[in-house]
Design a protein. Sequence first.
Length: 84
Amino acid sequence: MFLAFPAILAATLTLIEKEEHRRGPAAQDARGAMLGAAGMIAFAGCVWALAGRLPAPLVLAIAGTAWTIIAAALYLAVGTRGRG
């Protein structure tokens, strides 16, 4: 499911821009997608590093926590810039 995200993103941003008649909302969605993708890289890194060493449910819990922390930290650091 996550691998389809990049393919869907361009179409989604185009539709948002058409509906809103401005780039602001589309740019915000694109920014959020980049921050979420950075979290997804952290998720993949955790799974890669821990798979085979720990039970699968624990690996997924750790990786999900890493995604949440990275995405939230980046949002707080970068995501709030640019808002009036």
